[in-house]
Design a protein around this ligand. Structure first.
Ligand code: BTN
Length: 242
């Protein structure tokens, strides 16, 4: 274990999922911790999807203690902004955040965030971050959608340095979260946003909605202006630019 930017860092060669290990840490009542693994055998994404977790990527989960469970979406935003800023700063690539939980480069996904919550005596937020860094092979079904920093930049990157940079950027934005400065996080997210101002289709469990992405509300929902002029707030969806 080492201590970096106020977080206890635990490094593993292989885990089922850093979010699983994070749950064990939270069950022990510990917060302020970052779990990192070189690979995962059961990396998972939103909607129970598999997250490709071969060696070469960054797989990390930030364990945070004592939280308003209804503000966890802001932590997803904080994590995606941290990754985008780190990629821009370290790799000189045009990373952008895509609602709700992705970082993309040239319209392809390079990072996904999976924030989960856990409650025992206190509330915990487990913010899982997966970045495709030096990976170059993806399953056939992801070939057109996923990318990596190596594919985009034509060179490899130091995984540890990127992990630390993400932790540093996150610790800075987390101050705003801790101070309930939620508007600042939204403003920052907007600055790096790929989604706003675009016409999108939102695939939700209640059907598809097509509209212009015109804003983010104070619950981190995506605000769409539909073709009939009505406003639709999207809580959970996959978004495609049309
Ligand atoms: C998504 O895009 O659906 C979210 C993907 C999140 C993947 C990361 S990798 C580290 C952490 N551990 C997991 O099992 N998932 C998250």
């Amino acid at each position: 274990m080492s201590k970096i930017y106020g977080f206890n860092f635990y490094h593993f060669k292989c885990l089922s999922s850093t979010n699983d290990k994070a749950k064990e840490i939270a069950a022990q009542g510990k917060g302020n911790t970052i779990i990192v693994s070189e690979k995962q055998t059961k990396g998972r994404g939103r909607f129970g999807r598999k997250w490709n977790s071969d060696i070469g990527g960054v797989y990390m989960t930030i364990v945070l203690k004592g939280h308003d469970l209804d503000k966890v979406s802001y932590l997803t935003f904080a994590a995606s902004i941290s990754v985008a800023k780190s990629i821009i700063g370290m790799c000189s690539l045009d990373a952008e955040v895509k609602w709700p939980n992705d970082v993309i480069i040239n319209n392809k996904k390079v990072c996904g965030i999976l924030a989960e919550i856990m409650s025992n005596k206190e509330n915990f937020a487990l913010v899982g971050i997966g970045v495709n860094v030096n990976n170059s092979k993806f399953p056939a079904e992801l070939k057109d959608k996923a990318t990596s920093l190596k594919i985009q930049a034509g060179k490899t990157f130091d995984l540890q340095a990127l992990t630390k940079r993400i932790a540093k950027e996150f610790s800075l934005i987390y101050r705003d979260y801790a101070n309930k400065n939620y508007e600042k996080i939204i403003d920052l997210w907007k600055k790096y946003s790929h989604t706003l101002g675009k016409k999108v289709i939102a695939h939700t469990i209640n059907g598809d909605f097509i509209g212009n992405a015109v804003g983010i509300d104070n619950e981190c929902r995506l605000i769409l202006r539909l073709g009939n002029g009505k406003i639709k707030k999207i809580t959970e969806a996959d978004i495609f630019i049309v």
